[in-house]
Ligand binder design. Structure first.
Ligand SMILES: Nc1nc2c(ncn2[C@@H]2O[C@H](COP(=O)(O)OP(=O)(O)OP(=O)(O)O)[C@@H](O)[C@H]2O)c(=O)[nH]1
Ligand SMILES: [Mg+2]
Length: 423
């Protein structure tokens, strides 16, 4: 069976199964909006604001931090918890309903990758129209198309080599047919040779509290992703606690807490400027006493400087390791897909400090360069575990390379079927 057909079949089936909205989401209707970013316009305002204040914060905290004994890991002394945990849901505001219905994984990928697909598809179609037969120039131009989608130079080279071999092996002359081979290779590049494409979910602790530690530079989407993930885990019936480990940025604690209230989970917090490791320590204590299944830890994206940030994250991680053997079960590095190749250097820096176990690629919906997924996986060998496909609470998906490629090639897959039906 052709690869396009396989994808189509898989995702059409999925679509039928997943049509009904989940219970949770039905309840959630009317409160789907981001608590701090009412809409697109406000969102950019907010980011603008953040940028202005960050400068000041850096100075303020630079002073404060001098008196802090950095290397002290002793956080056992009683730490006052600022406020009793949020037990009850706050009254929902008048948020307009954002989501009419919950859609399938495939349609989410399709919608979230619209920008990448539109630019990618049109370039590929244009290429195929200009070159009737496959030759070296064709591959050279294809190389450029892939690089412009941020697939990454090394990955593209590898892919072009394999494509050339495959095209020879199958004796393909017609450029139309190459489209499908490209889609197949994209999936293969992602999964490597070793397996048939297992989707990698988040690891869990089979005997107790599961802890996820979120890291990443400022503004990439850590807090938003935590909110989305908490919502999803809760919908799966899990008891979730959040820990507000970003004590650096003004407003960060409130932002996480707002997410907690919105999705109906507890947030453990201290005051601004306090020791993040102490917050996380308390988060663990609280999660254990409340019999939580999952504790999700937010962290700062920016400190006075990079070295301090990395030290702080290492310290937080050590506290987690000490308190729960085997934890953290995931160290999730959030990367903003719109930053392109810069994300690669962030991944390298954070990996050194915290042993990143998985990537969350946020804002895939906001870029035409979704190919970065492949570069990250292929060049860094860190799996992409989750992708952010929009700003809504349900716009977080487990990464699935087949759904991703389906999202990229959806138009072509449709065309392909039409062609097949005609003949
Ligand atoms: N379009 C889109 N926007 C997103 C996505 N994920 C996050 N955002 C937006 O990105 C902005 C920053 O997100 P935050 O969650 O505050 O980022 P952060 O990493 O916690 O930032 P700091 O707390 O400053 O370190 C917000 O406006 C989010 O709504 C996504 O998948 N798609
Ligand atoms: Mg944050």
């Amino acid at each position: 069976m052709s690869f396009f057909k396989k994808l189509k079949e898989k995702f059409v089936k999925e679509f039928e199964v997943k049509e009904e909205p989940l219970e949770e989401e039905k309840e959630e209707k009317g409160s789907e909006e981001d608590p701090d970013t009412g809409d697109a316009v406000e969102s950019s305002d907010l980011q603008g604001e953040t940028e202005v204040t960050e400068e000041q914060e850096v100075e303020e905290v630079a002073e404060v931090s001098e008196e802090e004994p950095e290397e002290d890991e002793e956080v056992d002394e009683p730490v006052e918890v600022e406020e009793p945990l949020q037990e009850e849901e706050t009254v929902e505001e008048e948020d307009p309903v954002q989501e009419e219905e919950e859609d399938s994984i495939a349609s989410k990928f399709k919608r979230g990758l619209a920008k990448t697909r539109n630019s990618f598809s049109s370039k590929i179609n244009d290429l195929v129209a200009r070159y009737r037969t496959v030759d070296e120039d064709f591959f050279e131009e294809l190389e450029e198309v892939l690089i412009s989608a941020d697939v990454g130079v090394n990955t593209v080279m590898e892919m072009i080599d394999e494509l050339e071999m495959e095209v020879k092996r199958r004796n393909i002359k017609d450029t139309q047919k190459v489209k499908e081979v490209i889609s197949e290779k994209l999936v293969e590049i992602y999964y490597g040779d070793e397996d048939a494409g297992e989707v990698e979910g988040l690891k869990e602790n089979p005997d107790g509290l599961t802890i996820y530690l979120f890291v990443g530079v400022n503004g990439v989407g850590k807090t938003t992703t935590i909110g989305k993930l908490a919502h999803r885990l809760k919908a799966e019936g899990k008891n979730v606690t959040l820990a507000a480990g970003d004590t650096f940025r003004a407003g960060a604690i409130d932002q996480l807490e707002a997410w907690g209230e919105r999705v109906g989970v507890n947030t453990v917090k201290h005051s601004e400027g306090s020791d993040p490791a102490a917050v996380i320590y308390d988060g663990i204590k609280s999660a254990k006493s409340r019999n939580s299944d999952v504790l999700i830890c937010d962290t700062a994206g920016r400190l006075q400087n990079k070295v301090n940030l990395m030290n702080e994250l290492s310290k937080v991680k050590r506290v987690i390791e000490r308190e729960v053997p085997g934890a953290p079960h995931e160290v999730l590095l959030v990367l903003d897909a719109t930053t392109g190749q810069n994300a690669m250097s962030q991944a390298k820096t954070f990996s050194e400090a915290t042993d990143v176990s998985g990537i969350v690629l946020s804002k895939l919906d906001g870029t035409a360069k979704g190919g970065i997924v492949l570069a990250i996986r292929n060049e860094l060998e860190i799996p992409v575990k989750l992708v952010g496909l929009g700003e809504k609470v349900t716009d977080l998906e487990t990464f699935d390379a087949h759904a991703f490629v389906y999202g990229l090639f959806a138009d072509m897959i449709d065309d392909y079927e039409e062609e097949e039906n005609e003949s």
